[in-house]
Design a protein around this ligand. Sequence first.
Ligand SMILES: Nc1nc2c(ncn2[C@@H]2O[C@H](COP(=O)(O)OP(=O)(O)OP(=O)(O)O)[C@@H](O)[C@H]2O)c(=O)[nH]1
Ligand SMILES: [Mg+2]
Length: 173
Amino acid sequence: MSKTMILAIGGAGCNMAETIMRLANAHWVKEATYLFADSDMAAFPNWVRKGFETLHLQRESDSFPTGKLRGVEKLYILAGLGGMTGSRFAEIAAKSAISDGVGNVALIVTLPFVFEGSGKLAKATEALNSLSDMSVKVLNNEELTERYPDINFINAFEYSDKEALKAIESGLL
Ligand SMILES: Nc1nc2c(ncn2[C@@H]2O[C@H](COP(=O)(O)OP(=O)(O)OP(=O)(O)O)[C@@H](O)[C@H]2O)c(=O)[nH]1
Ligand SMILES: [Mg+2]
């Protein structure tokens, strides 16, 4: 088992991780250990069918299973900020990793598109503030609309997923 782990949290995190696994160029990314954590169990059959390990997070809980990340040397936590699960558990998982002795922890998080509405952005900003003392790569989805003129409601998150792949392969840790 690889000591590099990609920990996906919430719907966005899991979709980003699936894209990363599928499109990765680097061996160490393809061969990393992937863990898909979500409070939405309806998403799990799809991930299990694709061979990913899953972890059920309790929506109202503040905890991440103790020891789950022990032995990991490099941890990348992926989440889209703006919903409930990723916004809440990105921080909880990062703290759990530190107390499990993981030496290298990087978070890759996204900020919502403007088309998603101001409520999502407010939620995301609050969540991002809670990560202020950690190593965080922030991907601002709205900036993609300036860079990619053909972006639309249907392909927008695919562009966002690919940004997460670029961020990981750029060697954050
Ligand atoms: N890159 C990417 N971002 C996404 C995707 N789906 C949603 N997002 C972004 O991530 C933010 C959070 O959405 P989700 O990940 O669905 O929310 P969640 O963390 O699962 O939280 P709840 O479902 O509310 O418990 C959204 O506001 C979007 O900006 C996706 O498939 N890929
Ligand atoms: Mg969700």
